[in-house]
Design a protein around this ligand. Structure first.
Ligand SMILES: Cc1cc2nc3c(=O)[nH]c(=O)nc-3n(C[C@H](O)[C@H](O)[C@H](O)COP(=O)(O)O)c2cc1C
Length: 766
């Protein structure tokens, strides 16, 4: 029986998140919402709001934090990290009153797996805080759910154990278990019970015979693409287990009256042009709020930039279409930005969803064009539960549903399990309901992975389940926020502080999937189905940058957390050799570096071809020397003038060029061909290494090549090992002491240390 005598004294729990693309935010939000239903006095905040929620006096906190860049914390936690460092420096036991749990999100395809969560854990423990529940580290490479779901299951009993008392809530001791659980005493308990019983119902669900294996490939509209999924395992299942909890509905839509509607229409005429969000003025004033004195924050505020020029820099024969686009940032609101950026920085572009996709979605949901354009406000269903952060503006600023779906909500990313679970509840056909439940369950993980691999948009998913008709407010609250996309700048302010130039591939690709149920009559396997996909920002940029009338877009500088910049020396040049490894569009920041270096040499009156000019060595690779050698003219110009001392070119699909110049296939091959020189530069000359480009393939391979280079150098120079491991220069090593060569693990450790010392810097993207 529940022990109703014990009462809480401190049930306040803060759910805190740091998120770059919305995963951590949505997991943290669901936890918070669940906590409210369980009777906790819960609050939910982004880490950068630490002053608003008074982080320093929190007693119980649950963190959900992702890692981005090259082991960096998300942008919406940079202020928090600064404040944390400051308060722990001034008081080593600053957080001895805090009990916390951390869920980290990362991807093992990147080298610093869940670095943010690990760092946070270390810093909090070092400053006296106590972890009350084991850290969870979820891997996006294999599926976040594998860790997230069991971690959440274990969190509640762990939290209940440490929660102190409070009036209004009761503590129940689970019979036959030492776990304490919180049972709310108000009507919220009903909601929690409902959620639990819904979950129980799924466990018991007898899968109907109708859920026979089916291939879904017949799709009506031109904006949706087929999904090819194998549901055959469903036929043999007696019950579906391990589907996620159904989150409570948290928001309601209210339509504004006619007067407000008229004003709204007049106001919305001007900004409603698909180049910047209708509420852009709101966004541009957002960042200065409360932080007006912080120069760095001011320079991160969004502002309007004008697209000045755009051209394709690959030939029509190239597989990829790479565009070079110039943004004029001379807008008066961008003063702080013009004075504070450097080559190597990146900026965010706020891009809309494809409006045809939004129209197709509205068609599918039976939202008429008129209703889609009417102004609405969102409000909380339950006073205690906040709206998701990206929707909060719509509780005070009216917007049309159309604008919300175009500018604020992500309708392109593949649906998450929780959404699939909710969609299941809105199917009128039981076979479709079962398939959606299966996709969201642990048993359906393989089919779910296949779904994710096909990257369906929301419209594709809905078309694959024709009887599914979710209420539009449910989608508004469950879909992730549409996040801005970031691009590396490929020029330097020393030449023109009002110009941001970017180079990007237009993201359009075809997937090939084999329908498991269609085999040829002769028994041979079927031809794969082709599915085309495209990105959000790059096709849009391509489209608007062709316009004649200088379109304006909302942009914001990104904090350069890893310090991916060439060191500045007043009126001089940093003397360390610089290795730049950037195949494809990864070369972009290095064009800016070379522009900066040319100016620096000029100012310091150093002849670039003289011995006084420090070495710069670029490793660039592409498929074909004629079709996609980006910035060829610039690179050849810098090489001729001596600003670029060495150039290693690689052409992966150009056997002729390889034969002619002896060029290797990939940048890591070019590095291995020069391993002795690279090792000497790294170990004896204190060289700086910069890597930019694809994280999963190239980033990993270059890291391994660098580790191999260190290992093989120490075979012939074992005297360097001690110094390398101790963190001092190899040139100063004690040559009398015999050492074993570095092991691979040790070499990786050395690289990791160089990365923290900012000698090895990486700007990698997925
Ligand atoms: C550009 C980029 C860089 C990333 N860098 C890392 C990394 O260095 N280490 C890591 O563990 N995960 C890395 N990840 C994986 C993310 O942490 C993971 O996808 C996570 O689910 C994102 O959560 P969020 O949407 O809350 O930001 C990276 C992802 C992207 C897109």
């Amino acid at each position: 029986m529940p022990d109703t005598t014990a009462t809480f004294v401190d049930p306040q729990v803060a759910f805190l998140y740091a998120s770059q693309t919305g995963n951590a935010e949505s997991i943290s939000y669901n936890l918070y919402e669940d906590a409210v239903k369980r009777g906790y006095n819960a609050s939910w905040h982004v880490l950068d709001d630490h002053q608003k929620f008074d982080f320093n006096s929190l007693r119980t906190a649950i963190f959900v934090v992702s890692t981005t860049g090259d082991g960096d914390p998300p942008d919406n936690s940079t202020k928090f990290w600064r404040a944390l460092r400051k308060s722990t420096r001034s008081n080593p036991s600053a957080y001895s009153h805090l009990r916390y749990a951390i869920l980290g999100l990362g991807d093992t395809n990147y080298s610093n797996f869940c670095n943010t969560a690990m760092r946070l854990d270390r810093q909090l423990t070092d400053s006296g805080a106590t972890s009350f529940y084991a850290k969870g580290l979820a891997d996006d490479g294999t599926g976040l759910e594998e860790v997230v779901e069991p971690w959440i299951d274990g969190l509640w009993p762990a939290l209940a154990k440490i929660a102190h008392c409070n009036s209004g809530s009761t503590v129940a001791e689970n019979e036959g278990s030492d776990k304490l659980d919180v049972i709310p005493s108000n009507e919220n308990s009903e909601a929690a019970d409902n959620a639990d019983s819904a979950a129980a119902a799924i466990e018991k669900l007898a899968v109907s015979d109708k859920a026979a294996p089916t291939s879904i490939s017949e799709l009506p509209t031109h904006t949706s693409q087929p999904l090819v999924l194998d549901f055959s395992p469903l036929a043999t299942l007696k019950a579906i287990s391990g589907a996620p909890r159904v989150p409570a509905s948290v928001c309601t839509i209210s339509h504004l009256d006619n007067t407000a509607e008229t004003t709204f229409r007049v106001q919305s005429v001007l900004p409603h042009n698909l180049e910047c969000p209708p509420w852009y003025t709101d966004l541009t004033s957002q960042k200065s709020d409360g932080a007006a004195t912080d120069e760095q924050d001011k320079s991160l505020a969004p502002f309007l930039a004008t697209i000045k020029a755009s051209k394709q820099i690959t030939t029509t024969e190239s597989l990829k279409r790479t565009l070079l686009v110039d943004f004029d940032i001379s807008d008066s609101t961008a003063d702080h930005v013009r004075n504070s950026w450097q080559a190597g920085d990146a900026f965010n572009i706020f891009a809309p969803n494809d409006i045809h996709m939004v129209s197709a979605l509205f068609g599918r949901l039976d939202v008429s064009a008129v209703d889609g354009q009417r102004p609405i406000l969102l409000s909380k269903k339950d006073e205690k539960i906040e709206l998701p952060a990206h929707l909060q503006r719509f509780s005070t600023t009216p917007a049309s549903m159309h604008d919300m779906f175009v500018w604020a909500i992500d309708v392109t990313s593949a649906p998450r399990k929780q959404l699939l679970r909710v969609l299941a509840d809105h199917c009128s056909e039981s076979a479709e309901r079962d398939r959606l439940l299966y996709l969201s369950s642990r048993q359906g993980t393989k089919t779910f992975e296949e779904l994710r691999r096909q990257s369906p948009t929301l419209v594709d998913t809905l078309h694959a389940f024709p009887s599914c008709k979710p209420p539009v407010e449910r989608l508004i609250e469950l879909l992730p926020p549409l996040v801005p996309r970031s691009y590396s700048i490929c020029n330097a302010p020393q030449s023109n502080p009002s110009l941001w130039r970017i180079a990007f591939n237009v993201v359009e690709y075809e997937l090939e999937v084999v329908d498991p149920f269609s085999s040829e009559e002769d028994g041979s396997s079927a031809q794969p189905v082709k599915i085309s996909r495209h990105g959000v920002c790059t096709p849009w940029l391509e489209q608007i940058s062709c316009k004649r009338n200088m379109p304006k877009t909302l942009v914001a500088k990104r904090p350069n957390i890893s310090g991916f910049r060439l060191p500045l020396v007043p009126s001089g040049v940093d003397q360390r050799p610089v290795l730049m490894i950037g195949p494809g569009t990864g070369v972009a920041p290095f064009i800016g570096f070379l522009e900066q270096r040319a100016k620096e040499l000029g100012t310091a009156r150093i002849d670039p071809l003289s011995e006084q000019a420090p070495l710069t060595w670029l490793f660039f690779g592409c498929r074909n020397s004629k079709h996609d050698y980006l910035f060829k003219e610039d690179i050849e110009h810098w090489q001729k003038s001596g600003v670029l001392s060495r150039l290693s070119l690689c052409f992966s699909r150009d056997p002729q060029a390889r034969e002619q110049f002896g060029a290797p296939k990939y940048v890591q091959d070019a590095m291995m061909l020069n391993e002795a020189e690279i090792a000497d530069l790294l170990i004896n000359k204190n060289a700086l290494v910069y890597v930019c480009g694809d994280a999963k393939g190239m980033g990993k391979d270059v890291n391994s090549a660098l580790a191999d280079i260190l290992c093989s150098y120490t075979v012939s120079h074992p005297e360097c090992v001690k110094a390398l491991l101790a963190g001092t220069s190899g040139a100063n090593a004690n040559t009398n002491e015999q050492q074993q060569p570095l092991t691979l693990a040790q070499a990786l450790q050395v690289l990791m240390r160089w990365s923290t010392e900012r000698r090895y810097l990486r700007d990698l993207w997925a």
